[in-house]
Design a protein around this ligand. Structure first.
Ligand code: AAT
Length: 298
């Protein structure tokens, strides 16, 4: 998966190390690596940690970018705060995936949240992020409301009690490899069952831009639309993901993400965020025409 380019172009004798991800067969994205901090193959995937000047530390799974220190705030703000501003009374949260800890970190900032269960399939992601990425992992071992489970999120929701969570955040890898089961009807139906009557499901919804990713976007949207009465998609700008244009899905039994936005209530909480605000909340659901067309035709 991962291609390292030894770039001799700058200096005759300097061998520069680059992390390169193929965003398309013929399109590559590269970051110059200062140091390759760690590499290992777990039971589930290949894990690599690097440092760079511009993006700070970052880690990849099976050669695909997961988190960089520079842009993680965008992803973790947008996966978390949109749902919390629609229902500020959320108390019981289930995070699926998200082994770097960034999503749990944001959820745990809400004093009203009483319980966060985080289900990560690969314990090695958590342990290595605790070692190399304290920026995202710092809250994983010092908040009593959080319980970590190392198992498959699909199995976890199959076994969970009905109506036991107010919010499910699916912070997963793409639907190839261990994340595959988190893009199935079976998973979405179990999420619906496990959520309270006013529950919200947010899921990693791929990118609309390149066709290999938009294919997955359409597949998951059509399944969620069949499962939940309200199923919307919102966008954000993620510099290190393919095309830089990424989506989350918002699904719910009751709440509309715009009509039910409690902007004043959320702003009164006084949480400092670097990307999310209640204006961008509304704007994020306004999609480009080609994305709207693709989602309407699923
Ligand atoms: N916070 C942004 C980082 C991620 S990592 C996604 C996590 O999901 C990984 O740690 C992976 O081990 C975990 N995961 C994958 N499949 C499962 C599963 N079935 N059950 C539980 N956890 C799982 C998201 C990056 C998004 C990348 C978009 N290109």
């Amino acid at each position: 998966y991962m291609i390292k380019i030894l770039d001799k172009s700058k200096e005759e004798n300097a061998m520069d190390l680059w992390y390169t991800e193929n965003h398309q067969e013929d399109v590559k994205f590269s970051i110059k690596v200062k140091e390759h901090l760690h590499s290992e193959k777990s039971e589930f995937q290949q894990l690599d940690f690097f440092t760079s000047d511009t993006f700070g530390k970052f880690f990849t799974l099976d050669g695909l970018m997961m988190v960089t220190e520079k842009d993680e705030f965008i992803y973790h703000d947008m996966i978390t705060h949109v749902s919390m501003a629609v229902n500020p009374n959320i108390k019981r949260v289930l995070v699926i995936g998200g082994g770097d800890g960034g999503t749990a970190r944001e959820v745990l900032r809400y004093p009203g949240v009483e319980k966060v269960d985080m289900v990560e399939i690969d314990e090695r992601v958590v342990r290595l992020c605790q070692k190399f990425l304290p920026l995202t992992a710092e809250k994983l071992d010092n908040d009593e409301r959080l319980t970590l489970y190392f198992e498959d999120g699909l199995k976890f929701v199959q076994d969970a009690d009905s109506e036991s969570y107010d919010l499910i955040l699916v912070d997963s890898t793409d639907p190839i490899g261990p994340g595959e089961g988190l893009f199935t009807y079976e998973f979405y139906n179990n999420c619906k069952r496990v959520l309270s009557e006013d529950g919200i499901l947010i899921n990693q919804h791929e990118s609309p831009y390149y066709s290999s990713y938009s294919h997955e976007m359409k597949r998951s949207h059509s399944k969620i639309k069949e499962t939940f009465p309200i199923a919307k998609v919102y966008q954000f700008h993620m510099p290190t993901y393919p095309s830089g244009h990424w989506l989350f899905g918002f699904a719910s039994k009751k709440y509309d993400p715009i009509a039910d936005l409690k902007a004043d209530e959320w702003n009164a909480l006084g949480l400092k965020t670097k990307y999310y605000n209640t204006d961008i909340h509304v704007g994020a659901f306004m999609l480009p025409t080609y994305v709207k067309d693709e989602l309407e035709n699923v």
